[in-house]
Design a protein. Structure first.
Length: 189
């Protein structure tokens, strides 16, 4: 890959939501490739804090039920929206795969927690870029329900969930992107 191809890939990455996915499943080998690339993210002191819980098939139904139940039990009656509830339970079912993005904090705490979170974020960016290169849509969601998902996700001691990465095959048009000029964000010293 040359620099132009890399620039194009980075600038083409978008949040592609489940209602835009096709019904075509994602092969397990493709998911494994995406996760292998995630595994090559940088991490200070090589703590490699990223952990992934992959949900396909029946486990997507379980996630849908969990998210729906959480919304029902944690939303005041006056704030409850049937439309939002239905969207919440539908998202996992429209996805070919949902990956719980988790972090296993270095037990020795050799690096600050923010560096562990940053390393996990780098792993997700690797996932997202790989998915984009493969024509797979994806987006990272971090609803408040992630803090109650430990049992459903079978989190181990020291693990915590930082969000869900929804994925599905996407064959729609390339979505436009916007960024303010980088010059507005730089000060040369």
């Amino acid at each position: 890959m040359n620099i132009q191809e890399l620039n194009e890939l980075i600038r083409k990455r978008r949040a592609i939501f489940p209602n835009m996915y096709s019904d075509t499943p994602i092969d397990r080998s493709v998911i494994e490739t995406i996760l292998e690339n995630a595994n090559w993210a940088p991490s200070h002191r090589k703590t490699e804090p990223w952990r992934f819980k992959v949900m396909t098939g029946q486990s997507l139904n379980q996630l849908s039920e969990f998210l729906g139940d959480f919304y029902k039990t944690h939303t005041a009656p006056e704030d409850f929206s049937q439309k939002k509830y239905e969207k919440t339970i539908r998202k996992p079912l429209q996805s070919a795969c949902v990956i719980a993005i988790c972090m296993f904090r270095d037990p020795a705490e050799r690096v600050p927690e923010w560096e562990e979170i940053a390393a996990v974020s780098c792993a997700v960016q690797n996932m997202w870029l790989t998915a984009t290169a493969l024509g797979i849509g994806g987006y990272w969601s971090s609803p408040s329900s992630i803090h109650a998902a430990g049992e459903m996700l079978k989190l181990e001691e020291g693990e915590r969930c930082l969000g869900f990465f929804y994925m599905g095959n996407y064959e729609g048009p390339e979505l436009p992107g916007e960024r303010d000029p980088v010059d507005l964000k730089i000060k040369w010293l």
